[in-house]
Design a binder for this molecule. Sequence first.
Ligand code: PMP
Length: 395
Amino acid sequence: MPPNERPLDWIEEELSSLDLQGLLRRRLTHQGPAGALLDVGGKTYVNFGSNDYLGLAADPRVLAAARICLEEQGWGSAASPLLAGRGAAHEELEAALAAFEGTEAAIVFPTGFAANLATVSAVVSRGDAVYADELNHASLIDGCRLSRADVHVYPHCDWRRLEEIMASTRHARRRLIVTDALFSMDGDFAPLVELAGLAERHRAMLMVDEAHATGVFGASGRGVAEYLGVAQRVDIRVGTLSKALGGMGGFVCGRRSLIDWLVNRARAYIFSTAPLPSACAAAHAALRIVRNEPDRRQRVLALAVDLRAKLVAQGWDVGRSESQIIPLLIGEPQQAVALAKQLFAQGLYVPAIRPPSVPAGQSRLRISLSAAHDTDMLERLVAALGQFAHAPAIE
Ligand code: PMP
């Protein structure tokens, strides 16, 4: 190191290089709730960058549940759930989640990221094999790495290739197939029927992350596995409280023995303070709304069908989207950022998604829809995008 260079100087160089490539991330700050509208610097934007798919993040019933719990049980959880951290709000939410999901038991983690990370690394270890879709969420990828199992990444949704890989790795002690149910950057489904069949034929465990699908897909809102009729064939189902349920936290549901195992082996559960009691009470209230108001999920999915058709008619490439997540595939990061800026100038917030969140050359804008959007908001987006539709190479 040259004498007047300090040990962290390399970071500034790396950041400048990211900036030059159009890959530097900057955070937006907004006032008020992140609902269908976003207040940034006193100006209001229509928000297409939120995972609050059912519009529950600021629902008065959810807020009231949090407030009551806050008064009764206090703010902090004070300890790990294995020490003094687990209160009545946690227990009630876990029971409600198990009933909602139709499983023997459920366990709540501080975040969905922690749920995935801890669960993968608790169910497989050295000498085991894990089979992972190449587009899995970062938390699943990191869980695989942490587990020390042999990780076999298969091409996106390619269950035929997966079958070949499984056939050639029969020696592993335990085997786990792990996938997102609804891929967060593309809005497409994993082939869960085929994956369930493969898991059964190869005596492997099947773990599915329903983060973006809980509350949105399936007759009762359990997710894509329910929608495709295989919920009972998925051994380990993960969901989040942070997207359609409008709050914060993650959960795993399945057999009682699985949940007992996680209580004993999931390090991000054992060595982390239990979620806020009021967050659990809020999620419980949101779950009731999901159960009692199926029109919310029907509405967001109907908006998605309508918007996708209009965008395709304008000539946009929406990839494989079949959900409330609709990408506009652009290519280079600078072009995606330029388009996002143009929309922002017109009062529309649509985030640009760039590597490493997506592979190089696949930068995009990602539109996330919510039941709280109205048709006027979508018309504004369609009208704005119409100006750029045939000229995606924006400078
Ligand atoms: N799984 C997927 C597919 C996700 O997209 C995310 C969050 N973006 C998570 C898990 C993590 O959930 P949380 O935000 O609750 O940590």
